[in-house]
Design a binder for this molecule. Structure first.
Ligand SMILES: Cc1cc2nc3c(=O)[nH]c(=O)nc-3n(C[C@H](O)[C@H](O)[C@H](O)COP(=O)(O)OP(=O)(O)OC[C@H]3O[C@@H](n4cnc5c(N)ncnc54)[C@H](O)[C@@H]3O)c2cc1C
Length: 402
């Protein structure tokens, strides 16, 4: 980018603000314009299904204190939605009819919850992505009555666990035979199912919701068995889709997110993408969207460096090792690498008392991922092996001898 060029960042969430911080840290003195559809300055989302959901009078978990945000000298436009990009004219158009010119554009528009197809909006039906969503769910939980969570993914599991800690009666409906089966497989899925049941959750696996009961106000959900679970508060936790609708008329390559190479560059030279919206290629050859807090930060660091790289410098590449965590019932589940329901699992009980549950994942004989339950040191100790070509037998032997 030319010296003092204008960087426009669309999306004032984690990935957007980390890109801006990193640009300033690396010495960029030019204008940074940040456009955010929400009214709040950048805030953190993980607490929304955990502490900020449970806490009475919770305040938005801001990512930066106001004085630190001011010190970045951003042109921050909140409640401002971008509706299109012209990558030839280098212009972002806004919902209010105005437009903003850029030298470099960073797309950081995150993702939004998937809805239950055909379910009209009505009181008591929730998704969870924003601070406001979290506060509306908290208010319904405090009003009393049963909470139903549809979908046993991470957000669904965390909402269920937090709602139980708040004293709510909770039912969870999951289409597969266990929660979390796609991201971490059946073994951990069964472990989490038992956790829910042990904590008093009414868990329905292998179950489909066929209908929401009630008109303006929700009254319950009907399952494919015909059973109706009465409830005036339902949270849909069916995963998220990348927020790319506003780019549909652009020339950018969009396919399950904004397609990027391993430097974060999109199909247009001066446009980068970061965070949940970005579909990155990593240097390992793997590609995809991560939807993880740590990936947003890693990508922001690489993109900021590449925005400031001079034309003849090679661009920095993402040496990606995805990491995410989830908190439930006082336990911390951590995942490193590429665990997944379709891979072979290897269950280990490690630590001095063999009480640390760790599951390794292999693809053919290659070690590719680790999940641990409240075993942070052991999970992190597998990082180097995941970054090199290690066989599953070598990984197991290393952990057993540690
Ligand atoms: C409830 C919850 C709990 C989570 N817990 C964990 C966890 O425990 N561990 C973990 O690893 N990850 C967790 N995550 C995921 C993590 O928070 C996300 O990966 C991270 O927030 C991604 O950041 P982002 O900036 O890409 O997207 P976002 O944080 O979604 O930010 C994108 C922003 O862009 C704005 N925007 C969208 N479209 C436009 C537009 N057209 N114009 C202007 N602005 C726009 C949005 O309003 C939003 O503010 C959780 C997420 C949620 C919702």
């Amino acid at each position: 980018m030319k010296a003092n060029g204008v960087v426009v960042i669309v999306g004032a969430g984690l990935a957007g603000i980390r890109t801006a911080e990193e640009l300033r840290r690396l010495g960029h003195v030019g204008r940074i314009v940040m456009l955010g559809a929400e009214a709040l300055p950048p805030y953190d989302r993980p607490p929304l299904s955990k502490g900020a959901l449970a806490k009475e009078d919770a305040v938005p978990p801001l990512l930066l204190a106001p004085d630190v945000l001011d010190s970045l000298n951003l042109e921050l436009h909140l409640s401002t939605e971008a509706v299109g990009v012209d990558t030839v004219a280098h212009t972002v158009s806004l919902a209010d009819g105005n437009s903003v010119d850029y030298d470099v554009l960073v797309i950081a528009t995150g993702a939004h919850p998937r809805l239950l197809v055909g379910a009209p909006v009505r009181d008591g039906l929730h998704v969870l992505r924003t601070f406001e969503d979290s506060q509306r769910i908290a208010a319904d939980i405090r009003r009393g009555g049963r909470l139903v969570v549809i979908g046993g993914g991470f957000i669904g599991c965390e909402v269920v666990a937090t709602a139980r800690s708040m004293g709510a009666e909770v039912s969870m409906i999951e289409a597969l035979s266990t929660p979390l089966q796609l991201p971490v497989g059946e073994f951990i899925g069964n472990y989490v199912a038992d956790l829910h049941r042990d904590n008093g959750v009414d868990l329905h696996c292998d179950s489909l919701v066929t209908r929401l009961v009630g008109d303006d106000q929700l009254e319950g959900v009907e399952l494919s068995t015909g059973e109706v679970i009465e409830s005036s508060a339902v949270v849909i936790g069916l995963g998220v889709a990348p927020t790319v609708e506003w780019l549909k008329d652009s020339s950018l390559h969009i396919d399950n997110g904004v397609r990027c190479d391993s430097s974060g560059r999109t199909s247009a030279t001066d446009v980068f993408a970061v965070g949940d919206v970005a579909h990155w290629k990593s240097t390992t050859g793997r590609e995809g969207r991560h939807e993880h807090w740590t990936s947003a930060i890693d990508q922001a660091r690489v993109v900021a460096a590449n925005i400031l790289a001079s034309g003849d410098e090679p661009l920095e590449q993402l040496h990606d090792l995805p990491y995410f965590w989830s908190d439930m019932y006082g336990l911390k589940l951590q995942a490193l690498g590429w665990p997944g329901g379709s891979y072979e699992t290897h269950v280990m009980h490690l630590g001095p008392n063999q009480d640390k549950l760790v599951v390794l994942y292999s693809d053919e004989d290659r070690f590719i991922g680790t999940v641990g339950i409240s075993a942070p040191r052991i999970v992190m100790s597998t990082r180097a092996m995941l970054q090199t070509s290690t066989t599953i037998d070598e990984a197991k032997a290393t952990l057993l001898s540690a």
